[in-house]
Design a protein. Structure first.
Length: 350
């Protein structure tokens, strides 16, 4: 297959950057008066709001930018997940291509996702129940969360709580698609599925609930996921002298393509290209700091909704940045503890 384009250090660093974007976005976009993102649907008013705060910047400009762009950490995660699947299952230890191994692969990844999700879900439910604005769960909502299929239910915006946990169902769907249709297949299969899933969005109205539900499921994540598969299988080395230029062009395309509905659909491509370029040019100190953050990314993803529910009233009723700082520090500390507890549990099982 050839030498890996992204080293383990670079993958972890990129994962660290992505989780910071996600965690900060998931706090900032709940604040009053802050520009909202275009994640599942495209609202022109959100783009216009971004233009307005950039042209008339105030003290909250960083919060506006994190709210609008931070969710793009998700396609970076999808890219890295696909890249890792190729490295693990197509390079290091191929799995047998039969029905039994497909079942085993899917079941193993379901268990991995479930065991990652369930402690955080239980902790969140307990915290949510004793803090203001608690969610009203229905039986099917809970069963669907436990079964990791809540993405397919109607009105996912209001039944998935905590909201970030939609990602677990998305990843399960992509694992299934990968193992059944894309594992060790010709690159044309991946490209065709990317094209079909991406272009089909153009048939849906930008602000429609149909588009919302579509993007909650694997079809909406197929572009960055497929890009990760192709990048791992057909690596292309960018001369180091061009990294800065490639990064600047990628960021410019993120902004310009995000102005229209048809362009917005392709923004994840440029987010991923910016991501795997930036880890090539980061100074060593920043690279290793991001790598460390990537090492706690799973724990941070699981626990940050719990911390947000507790801390966000500080920003609602007082200093926005005081609440934001307390939130990120608390989330990181809890994530470190969370990961150590998980490590001890794994040692005991061995």
């Amino acid at each position: 297959m050839g030498k890996e384009i992204l080293t383990r250090t670079e993958c972890n660093a990129l994962r660290g950057i992505a989780i910071l974007g996600i965690v900060l976005h998931n706090y900032c976009h709940w604040l009053r008066g802050i520009v909202r993102e275009n994640e599942y649907q495209f609202f022109q008013r959100n783009v216009d709001g971004l233009h307005n705060v950039i042209q008339n910047p105030d003290w909250n400009l960083p919060v506006h930018l994190l709210s609008f762009f931070g969710h793009y950490g998700v396609p970076v995660f999808l890219f890295l997940s696909a890249y890792g699947l190729v490295c693990k299952y197509e390079r290091l230890r191929p799995i047998q291509n039969n029905t039994e191994s497909a079942h085993g692969f899917i079941w193993a990844h379901f268990k991995k996702l479930f065991m990652m999700m369930i402690p955080g879900f239980v902790a969140f439910v307990l915290v949510d129940a004793i803090t203001p604005g608690s969610h009203h769960y229905h039986l099917l909502d809970v069963v669907a969360q436990l079964g990791l299929f809540n993405n397919v239910l109607p009105d996912p915006d209001h039944i998935i709580w905590p909201g970030p946990y939609w990602f677990f169902g998305l990843m399960l769907q992509l694992y299934i698609v990968y193992r059944l249709f894309l594992y060790r297949r010709h690159w044309g299969w991946t490209f065709a599925l990317m094209a079909i899933c991406t272009l089909a969005q153009l048939l849906l109205a930008p602000e429609s609930e149909a588009l919302n539900r579509y993007r909650y499921n694997f079809m909406g994540g197929m572009l960055p996921f497929g890009l990760g598969l192709l990048y791992a299988r057909m690596p292309m080395n960018m001369p180091r002298n061009y990294n800065w230029l490639f990064l600047i062009v990628s960021l410019m395309l993120v902004y310009s393509f995000g102005q229209t509905y048809s362009g917005w659909i392709f923004v994840p491509v440029f987010i991923c290209s910016a991501g795997f370029t930036i880890v090539k040019i980061l100074p060593s100190v920043l690279l290793h700091a991001c790598e460390w953050m990537g090492g706690i990314s799973a724990a941070l993803f699981v626990c940050h909704p719990i911390i947000r529910k507790i801390i966000i009233p500080i920003s609602h009723h007082g200093d926005v940045y005081a609440g934001l700082l307390l939130y990120i520090v608390s989330a990181i500390v809890v994530a470190v503890i969370w990961k150590r507890v998980e490590s001890f549990k794994l040692k005991d099982e061995r």
